[in-house]
Design a protein around this ligand. Structure first.
Ligand SMILES: NC(=O)c1ccc[n+]([C@@H]2O[C@H](COP(=O)([O-])OP(=O)(O)OC[C@H]3O[C@@H](n4cnc5c(N)ncnc54)[C@H](OP(=O)(O)O)[C@@H]3O)[C@@H](O)[C@H]2O)c1
Length: 290
C-alpha cells in the first residue's frame, strides 16, 4: 500500500490499543477495494482525550473508532450522535463530515447480526439474562430493547451498577421488564435463568486465562442459547461448558467483525468486504490466542 498526500486517514483511539485488531481488519478491507485510505492506532492518555478529539478535525481524520475507556466520555466532544448511540450512551465510531463529528454505536448492530447468524436469535418477544453492566452490556441492552425483547435480567458482580442500568433503560423502554440482580444472588439468578432462552456474557471475565462467570447453565431451558462477547480465546470456558451441556453457544468473533463492517460502511458508503476482514482477524487470532 502506498501512502500519498491524498490518502484518507482513519484511526482507533483508546488506552491501551496495542491489542486492537481494527487496524489489520480495516487496512485489509481498504486494500481489497483499492481505496486510498489508511488506518492507524493512537494510544491516548486520559488527560489528552479533549485535544485528541479536537485533532480529529484539525488533522482532517476521516473516521475514528473509539475503544476502552473512552466510548462514553467521547460523547462530550461530538457535534451529533445517532439514535442508537444516544440510547446506548456510548460511541464506538465517529465520522468526520467536513468538520462535523458524528458519533455512532456499531456494537449494537454488530451484536444483533452476530446472534442472528451464529445462533438464529430473533430478539422479538424473548427473555434473556445479560451478565455484566459495563459499556458492552449497554450495546446489548439497546439492541435487545429496540428489537422487542420483553424481559431482561441484568446480573452483575456490582449490584448497584446493574440496578442503575436497569432503571435507566426502563425509562426509555417502559414496556420491557428489566431487572438488575446480583451475579451472586443464587435464587434471583436461578429464577432468571429458568425463564430465559438467551444468556449473554458481556463481562471481561473469561478473557485469556481468566475464569468465566460461574453460571448454573443447566437451569436454562433446553432450547436456550449462549453468546459470549469475548473472542480471545476463540472459545471461552463458558462457551465450552454450554456446548458440553448440549446448548448452542458462540463466542464474540462475529460481533467484532460485524461492528467493524458497519463502521466501514458508515465511513466509505461501500459494502464491507466481510470475507477479507474475517480472514485477517482469524489469522491474527490464531497467532495470538492462548
Ligand atoms: N465481540 C465484540 O465485538 C466486543 C465488543 C465490545 C466488548 N467486547 C468484550 O466485552 C467485554 C466487556 O467490555 P466492556 O467494554 O463492557 O468493559 P467494562 O465497561 O469495563 O465492563 C466490564 C464488566 O465486566 C464485569 N467484570 C469484570 N471482571 C469480572 C469478574 N471477574 N467477574 C464478574 N464480572 C466481572 C464488570 O463488573 P463490575 O461492574 O462489578 O465491575 C462489568 O460489568 C470485554 O471482554 C470486551 O473485549 C467484545
Amino acid at each position: 500500500m502506498k501512502v500519498k498526500a491524498t490518502t484518507k486517514v482513519y484511526a482507533i483511539i483508546g488506552h491501551p490499543v496495542s491489542h486492537s485488531l481494527s487496524p489489520v481488519m480495516h487496512n485489509a478491507a481498504f486494500e481489497s477495494l483499492s481505496l486510498d485510505c489508511v488506518y492507524v492506532a493512537f494510544d491516548i492518555q486520559p488527560r489528552d482525550l479533549e485535544p485528541a478529539a479536537r485533532a480529529i478535525r484539525a488533522f482532517g481524520i476521516s473516521g475514528v473508532n473509539v475503544t476502552i475507556p473512552y466510548k462514553e466520555s467521547i460523547l462530550f466532544f461530538l457535534d451529533e450522535v445517532s439514535q442508537e448511540a444516544a440510547l446506548t450512551g456510548a460511541v464506538n465510531t465517529i465520522k468526520n463530515e467536513e468538520g462535523k463529528l458524528v458519533g455512532y454505536n456499531t456494537d449494537v448492530a454488530g451484536f444483533l447480526r452476530a446472534i442472528e447468524e451464529d445462533l438464529g436469535v430473533n430478539p422479538k418477544g424473548i427473555s434473556l439474562v445479560l451478565i455484566g453492566a459495563g459499556g458492552a452490556a449497554r450495546a446489548v441492552l439497546s439492541g435487545m430493547c429496540m428489537k422487542g425483547a420483553t424481559r431482561i435480567y441484568i446480573a452483575n458482580r456490582t449490584l448497584d451498577k446493574a440496578k442503575k442500568l436497569a432503571s435507566e433503560f426502563k425509562k426509555a423502554f417502559k414496556d420491557v421488564f428489566i431487572e438488575g440482580i446480583s451475579l451472586y444472588d443464587k435464587n434471583g439468578l436461578e429464577e432468571a435463568l429458568s425463564k430465559s432462552t438467551l444468556l449473554v456474557n458481556s463481562t471481561s471475565a473469561g478473557m485469556k486465562g481468566t475464569a468465566s462467570p460461574q453460571i448454573p447453565l443447566e437451569l436454562l431451558p433446553k432450547d436456550a442459547v449462549i453468546y459470549d462477547l469475548i473472542y480471545t480465546p476463540r472459545e471461552t470456558e463458558l462457551v465450552k461448558r454450554a456446548k458440553q451441556l448440549g446448548y448452542r453457544a458462540a463466542g464474540g468473533l462475529n460481533m467484532l467483525l460485524y461492528q467493524g463492517a458497519e463502521s466501514f460502511e458508515i465511513w466509505t458508503g461501500k459494502r464491507a468486504p466481510i470475507e477479507v476482514m474475517r480472514e485477517v482477524i482469524e489469522k491474527e487470532l490464531s497467532g495470538t490466542t492462548q
